[in-house]
Design a binder for this molecule. Structure first.
Ligand code: SAM
Length: 296
C-alpha cells in the first residue's frame, strides 16, 4: 500500500498527499487504552480517543498502515517492538517550564537546602537529586541553577552534587541533553541566573540560548519507564522531584510509583510532587507543605 498519493493540483503541479488514516473505532481505542495502561500506567478516559488519533496517525502513515487495528497488530509483532518507543513518545504529555510551580523552589531555598547543607558539611555527604519525569529538562536545570547558587561552585563541583533526569520519552530527553532553549521560554528565570548560567550568544537563528557546560555537567539524563519493576539506579537520593507525572496515572500505578520513589530516598530525604497532586497520605512520609513530603 503506498504511503503517499501523488496527485495533480488544478494548476498541474504535482503535490504529495499523505495517506488518510481512519479514526480509531471504540474497539481500537480500547486496545490502545489497555496498552498504555499496562505499559505506562496511564488512565485514559473516552476523551483521549482524539488524542490517540491526532498524535499517532503520523506513525500509521509512516508505516503505511491505514487503521489503528493494523497499527496495533504491527507493534505487537516482536520484530516491530522498537516502534513502541514512537508510540510512547507520541502519547506522553510533556509540558514543562523553568521554575514551574515556583513555590517549590522557594521551599527548597528556605527549608530543604539549609538542612542539606548542614548535613553535607558535617558528614561529607554528597548531594544526589532526581527529577523523575523530567521532560525537556527545565525542571532538573532549574534545580541545578538553584543548587549552584545556594551551595556554591566549589561545594557542588567534583561530584559534590549530581542530578539525575529521567523520562520514558526519548524525544524530550534528546532536547534536554542539548540544553538549548528559545529565548521566549527563559522569562521565569531571574535575570542574574540568565546571565550566569546561559551563554550570552544566540546559538541558532531562532533565538535559542545554550546552558553553560558547568551546569550541564551536573545532570545525567537517562531513559527508563517509571512503571518498570526495577529501576536502573542504585543511588539513594536526598531529594526527588516527581511533578505532574502521577496526575496521568491509574490509582494503583500511582501508589506503585510513590512506593518506588520513597524506596529510593535516603532517611530524611524529600519528595516533591506536583501541586495538583497533593492530598496523598504516604506511608513513612511526613507532609510538610504543598505536596512536599519528608521521609521519617
Ligand atoms: C507533564 S511532564 C512534567 C515535566 C516536569 N516534571 C514538570 O513538572 O514540569 C510529565 C513527564 O513524565 C513523563 N512520563 C510519563 N509517564 C512516564 C513513565 N511511565 N516513565 C517515565 N516517564 C514518564 C512524560 O514523558 C513527561 O515528559
Amino acid at each position: 500500500m503506498p504511503d503517499m498519493l501523488i496527485t495533480k493540483s488544478p494548476n498541474n503541479t504535482a503535490t504529495a498527499k499523505l495517506m488518510s488514516v481512519t479514526e480509531p473505532t471504540e474497539d481500537e481505542f480500547n486496545l490502545f487504552r489497555k496498552l498504555v495502561q499496562k505499559e505506562l500506567g496511564f488512565e485514559w478516559g473516552d476523551d483521549k480517543k482524539y488524542l490517540l488519533y491526532s498524535r499517532v496517525q503520523r506513525r500509521l502513515q509512516k508505516n503505511k498502515l491505514q487503521t489503528f487495528q493494523n497499527y496495533y497488530d504491527f507493534i505487537e509483532r516482536e520484530e516491530n517492538k522498537s516502534e513502541r518507543q514512537y508510540l510512547y513518545n507520541a502519547v506522553t504529555t510533556t509540558k514543562s517550564e523553568f521554575y514551574r510551580e515556583k513555590k517549590h523552589f522557594d521551599f527548597l531555598r528556605q527549608n530543604i537546602f539549609p538542612e542539606l547543607k548542614k548535613q553535607a558539611s558535617s558528614r561529607q555527604h554528597k548531594l544526589r537529586f532526581w527529577s523523575a519525569g523530567c521532560s525537556t529538562g527545565e525542571e532538573p536545570y532549574t534545580l541545578a541553577f538553584e543548587s549552584h547558587d545556594f551551595f556554591g561552585a566549589s561545594f557542588i563541583s567534583n561530584g559534590g552534587l549530581r542530578i539525575l533526569g529521567s523520562d520514558v520519552n526519548t524525544d524530550v530527553l534528546e532536547s534536554a541533553i542539548q540544553g538549548c532553549y528559545a529565548d521566549k521560554f527563559l522569562s521565569p528565570i531571574p535575570d542574574s541566573f540568565r546571565r550566569r548560567y546561559f551563554t550570552s550568544e544566540f546559538e541558532k537563528p531562532n533565538s535559542h540560548i545554550q546552558i553553560k557546560t558547568e551546569i550541564q555537567r551536573l545532570i545525567q539524563f537517562r531513559q527508563f519507564n517509571l512503571m518498570s519493576a526495577e529501576y536502573p539506579i542504585e543511588t539513594k537520593f536526598q531529594l526527588i522531584f516527581c511533578r505532574n507525572v502521577l496526575y496521568y496515572l491509574q490509582p494503583e500505578r500511582r501508589e506503585f510509583l510513590i512506593r518506588k520513589l520513597v524506596d529510593h530516598l535516603e532517611e530524611g530525604g524529600w519528595l516533591v510532587l506536583g501541586i495538583t497532586e497533593s492530598g496523598y497520605s504516604i506511608d513513612k512520609m511526613e507532609k510538610h507543605s504543598i505536596s512536599i513530603y519528608q521521609k521519617t
